[in-house]
Structure formats: C-alpha cells, structure tokens
Design a protein around this ligand. Structure first.
Ligand code: 4AD
Ligand code: MG
Length: 475
C-alpha cells in the first residue's frame, strides 16, 4: 500500500494497473449492493479502500458476515480513481479471498479508541493499531537514519557483547547471568529451555557464567573504546540492561543504546557530533515519515512537527552544570528534590531547564562534579569537575549522556584507586592508555527515549515493541 500511495500523485499515476493486496481488514461497511472494505498491510498508516460488489468473486463472504475487523484477506482488482474525497485511488475488486477470519465478538482490537495501558496487556496485537503501526515505522526509520548518519561519516559499527564481567557505569545496576541446573542430573536430555522455574531446575547462583561471575551489559562503551583506539571513529547500537527497579515513564530494564566513540577528539567534538546526529535523524523522519509524523501531530502531541522542525534548525544551547545549578537555585518553582551543587539533576530539574528556561531547545549541560559521574570521565583542571555532557530535551529530560574519556594513565589509575575499584580487573582498559593512548570522547543515546521524543508518546513502554519493566517479560 505504501508503494502505491507513496507516489508523487498518491497513486493516481498507477490507475489502470491490475494488482493484489494482502493485509488485515480495518472495517467492512456494507452498502446496498456493494461494500467498502478498508485493508491495511502495515506498510503505511493509510488503508487501501477496496470496492467489493456483487460482481466480485467472493462477495458471498461479505454477505455472510465472514469478513470482520482483523480478518486477513487478499484482494485482487484494478486500481481506479476514487469517487470519494478521502483518497485519490481505490481498488475495484474482482476477487476477494478470506485468508484468516476472526471472531468479531472476541477480537480485542476493535475500531474504537483503546487506552495505551490496555494495549500494553495485548502486546501481541497492539501493532495492528494506527498508533503502534506508526511508532514501529518511525522507530525503524530512526534506526536506519542512525546507521546512515554514522556510515556516511566513516564510523565503523562494532558489536559490543551482551554478557560481560565489567560494570561500565559502576552503579551496580546489573542483572546477573546464571545457569539453570536441571532437577534430574542423570537425564541430560532435559531441555533446559523448557520452563526456568524451580519445578524444572535450580537456579544455581554459585554456577554463574561457567564458574565466573558475569552480567548483562549496562553499556557497550568500554568495548567501543577498545575499537576506537584502533579503528578511529566507531559506534555500537544494541541492547543494554539496567536492573533499576524504577516504575517511571522513562526507564526500561532492557533498552537499546547508540554509542559512538570518537578518536582524537575532545568534549567539543563530542557535543558537535551529538547535535548533528540528533538534527540529522529528526530531519530524516520529518522528510521520510510525513504521514506518520502528521498522525502524531494530530493525535498524540499537538505541535510536534513545529517542535521537531526547530530542533533540526536551531543551534543547541549550552550551560555548565554550575550555571545550571545557580539557575535552579533562583527558580521560583518549588522542587520535590532541593538542588545544591554536587547533587545529580533530577528529571524535574532537567525539565524545568529545557521547558521553562531554555524554551524548548535541546540543552547541553557540561562539566558535572566528578563525584556523581563514572570513573572513566576526563578530569578538568579545577580538580572538582569532569569533561561530561548530557543532552536534555523537553518532555523526556536526559536523552544523551557522554564525556571525554580520561586518556592519561596516571590520572586514571589514581581515580580507580580513589573510588576503591578493583584495579586488576581494568588491566585491559589501562592497556589502552599504556600503549598509544589518544584523547577520545563519546556518548550514549537511549534509543527508546529518542523514539519518545520523536513521536510524542509519553510512556517509554510504548516506544519499544516488548517493554521489559518490573513484572513484565511475558512475550
Ligand atoms: O547516561 P548513561 O548511563 O551513560 C552511559 O551508559 C555511557 N556509558 C554512555 C557513553 O558515554 N557511551 O546512559 C546513556 C543514555 C541516557 O542518556 C538515557 O538516554 C539512556 O541511555 N538510558 C536509559 N533509557 C531507558 N531506560 C533506562 N533505564 C536508561 N538508562 C539510561
Ligand atoms: Mg546519564
């Protein structure tokens, strides 16, 4: 359907062609002697309206009431100019095949407004709605634009591992990998993948990753640094995991992260890369996903097109952490968490800065206190702050977190000791400083937060096909 309707003249150029479409019935409106059958195949938001008349083979199915919302069909016919004003073309059906019927009484995705909370409970059917179809296509376009942006600039994509022994952020928010030991050790044919409950086997905590502790990665950054100090600019794009038990609209236990790492680069280069990346992908969806973006503007967040257009056009604003704290201290708003120099910015502070102070433009906050940031960030000369940067955007808050990395061996060793980290386990990371070290910098962007920001969807659970949050891992 996208192929037909996406043309210059919305399909008019293809009038006269004989085609077959396959998809799912959205509505079937029976008139006196014919019926309007709206079919959607997920390729775009629009349905293709099919005119099924008494001369159409299979019209009996309609008369018998067998083609209801949700039924899968194949319709053959000729593309004609539409008499109606809602679309340029429609399909004059010569043959209708019913591929899979539905029970109209029990089908959960009827054509009416369904709450997004309810739709989360039917994650297997929600992609059939307009909203989730549009979010899925825009998410796909953002992923494509991400690779396109980095590939056009010579970055090399690196696969970072999912299972690892290191805790990049040092925040201890890791899921542990363990082994299921079947109940009957003699019967080695017991399929471990059956059901990992205590009925089938024991979760043996002493027997983790073949005898060594291992976790699900919280970030691919340290691995990206290894490749950046050999191949120059690289990026990762893959799933990452955080065992934070938070029930918020911006946290997932499993989320995708894009992590570029730039060699021979400092914080300025890093910020410039983050801004041009964000502007590039936003411009891409505005140009390439017009119909879906218009849908978000009408139904999800009024004004999102203008907001994103501004993001793509205007320079990002910059402020140091210290100046941001001073602005917040003078604010008239009463915050739930009081601000003082040295505390981490909470989402209420981030939103106040971007929405109230900086008028909706993305804001880059730099030079955070070293004590609230990870061990690998490059120390500034003041001895108190690090060359860190977070990109904050309205509604979502922190979209990107990044920094220049500490490339000086002695400074890094001292910091690892200061923080009481186990130096031996960083031997390979220190080697990168020992052998041919270079200034380098990078950032991590939470892909689902980007989807939230780009679609106006307010809950991050609706920005990923299968959200992993406390209490939900069914599908
Ligand atoms: O700020 P974070 O923790 O930074 C890092 O992991 C660095 N190693 C990145 C780097 O420099 N290569 O996470 C980066 C981003 C955040 O800004 C946020 O967008 C997203 O990842 N993020 C989450 N998204 C969804 N759910 C969560 N629980 C998230 N935690 C972080
Ligand atoms: Mg962060």
């Amino acid at each position: 359907i996208a192929e037909i309707k996406g043309g210059q003249e919305e399909g008019l150029e293809r009038v006269g062609e004989q085609i077959t479409i396959r998809g799912w019935t959205r509505t079937c409106r029976l008139q006196k002697s014919f019926c309007f059958l709206e079919v959607n195949d997920g390729s775009c938001l629009s349905n293709l309206q099919c005119i099924v008349g008494s001369d159409t083979e299979g019209f009996g199915l309609i008369e018998a009431g067998s083609v209801s919302t949700g039924a899968s069909v194949a319709v053959e016919g000729q593309l004609v100019e539409s008499q109606g004003s809602k679309q340029k073309v429609e399909l004059k059906a010569s043959k209708l095949h019913l591929i899979g019927g539905t029970d109209a009484l029990t089908y959960p995705v009827q054509k009416k407004r369904l709450s997004r909370e309810y739709l989360r409970s039917i994650a297997h059917l929600r992609p059939r709605t307009n909203t989730f179809g549009a979010v899925s296509r825009v998410r796909n376009a953002l992923a494509y634009a991400t690779h396109k942006f980095f590939q056009e600039r010579g970055f090399i994509w690196v696969a970072s591992p999912i299972i690892t022994a290191s805790d990049c952020e040092g925040a201890g928010e890791q899921f542990c990998v363990t082994t299921l030991v079947p109940n009957s050790p003699k019967d080695s044919s017991t399929p471990i993948q059956s059901i990992p409950s205590t009925k089938d086997g024991l979760l043996d905590w002493s027997k983790d990753f073949f005898g060594k502790p291992a976790f699900l990665t919280v970030s691919g950054q340290l691995n990206a640094e290894i490749y950046a100090t050999a191949l120059s600019d690289v990026y990762t794009f893959g799933p990452t995991f955080r065992a934070e038990n938070s029930n918020t609209t911006r946290h997932l236990a499993e989320f995708w992260m894009i992590e570029p790492e730039l060699a021979f680069a400092d914080l300025k280069d890093d910020m410039a890369c983050a801004a041009s990346y964000l502007q590039y992908v936003v411009r891409y969806i505005l140009d390439e996903c017009k119909e879906d973006m218009q849908f978000f503007d009408s139904w999800i967040e009024k004004g999102i097109l203008a907001r994103l257009n501004d993001v793509a056009m205007k320079d990002f604003r910059h402020v140091t952490y210290t100046d941001a704290v001073n602005i917040l201290l003078k604010a008239e708003t009463k915050f739930e968490f009081p601000v003082k120099w040295g505390c981490d910015l909470q989402s209420e502070h981030e939103r106040y800065l971007t929405e109230k102070v900086f008028n909706g433009t993305p804001l880059i906050v730099t030079d955070y206190p070293k004590d609230i940031k990870a061990f690998y960030m490059r120390q500034n000369d003041d001895g108190k702050t690090v060359a860190a940067m977070d990109v904050l955007v309205p509604r979502v808050g922190e979209l990107i977190g990044g920094s220049q990395r500490e490339e000086r061996l002695d400074v890094l060793e001292r910091r690892i000791e200061e923080l009481g980290l186990e130096k031996d386990s960083y031997w390979w990371y220190l080697d990168l400083r020992r052998y041919g070290t270079v200034p380098h910098a990078g950032f991590g962007l939470g892909f689902e937060r980007l989807v939230q920001f780009s679609t106006g969807i307010d809950n991050i659970r609706d920005a990923i096909p299968f959200p992993r949050v406390p209490g939900s891992a069914e599908f």
